[in-house]
Design a protein around this ligand. Structure first.
Ligand code: ZN
Length: 258
């Protein structure tokens, strides 16, 4: 039986509840929802803060890293005195103070396929907030098999990127996107990142997750959305489903079901 909203929660989230597209039902859906946030860097910080304070009932944060000084300009959940602490523990500390309705769970190591599968199965939406191709491929593959919606974010230099995969919708997956826009795995360490660009991208991931959970508006499934902060342009590209994609094609799913 899902939890219903309390009087104090109705007051706290009033400005969202008055939106007809959210309403009490949408806020209750958020309260009963769980989101898996993989990666607690710039994307995961902004996404987790927005989801938790918006009234999402449960978040699980996964990240093996510790807080470093060069994270602090972008990663707003962390304080100077938390450098050297595990990111998920430092983030949990801040979120517990800011969002009393949100249960925060933490995983302090990188999850292997079996653990990731178990985590994904126990959440409604997956956010990929990682920064490397290997993790992105793993998260896409395991989320798709578990039939859970995946919202991928990426940011580098002045550019942000978003992609939503919803298994069962017939649309493309992140692996289809990767073969179409094959790019070298360059990190922000070498290339740089402007602080608000990564936070904006993480906030968009949170927004898309809230829309998925509440059913408000449309979800741009299978669309690559690119933001360029230098020109202030948004561009959207339809990503076709790759017939021989080893994650989302019919043959991939047949072989997995054997
Ligand atoms: Zn695919």
């Amino acid at each position: 039986m899902p939890d219903s909203i309390s009087v104090s929660q109705a007051m706290r989230y009033n400005r969202q509840i008055v939106l007809p597209q959210i309403d009490l039902a949408g806020q209750e859906a958020l309260l009963n929802a769980s989101v898996l946030v993989i990666g607690v860097g710039g994307l995961g910080n902004a996404a987790a803060m927005s989801l938790a304070t918006s009234g999402v009932g449960s978040l699980t944060l996964v990240d093996p890293d510790t807080v470093e000084t060069h994270n602090l300009p972008r990663q707003w959940l962390f304080r100077d005195d938390q450098t050297g602490s595990k990111k998920v523990i430092a983030a949990c500390d801040t979120l517990n103070q800011r969002a009393p309705d949100c249960q925060i769970n933490t995983v302090e190591h990188a999850a292997d396929d079996d653990e990731l599968k178990d985590l994904i199965q126990h959440h409604d939406v997956v956010l990929d907030c990682t920064d490397n191709a290997q993790s992105r491929d793993q998260i896409n593959r395991v989320s798709y098999l578990a039939r859970k919606p995946l919202i991928s974010g990426a940011a580098i230099r002045f550019e942000g990127q978003l992609f939503v995969c919803q298994p069962g919708s017939g649309s493309s997956c992140y692996a289809c996107l990767r073969t179409l826009f094959e790019a070298p795995d360059v990190s922000c360490t070498e290339a740089g990142i402007l602080s608000p660009v990564v936070s904006l991208t993480g906030l968009h991931q949170a927004l898309l997750a809230i829309k998925l959970i509440t059913g408000a508006g449309n979800i741009p499934v299978g669309q690559l959305m690119l933001f360029d902060a230098l020109t202030y342009d948004w561009q959207t590209f339809s990503v076709p489903k790759k017939p021989d994609c080893n994650v989302c094609s019919a043959s991939a799913n047949v072989s997995e079901n054997k």
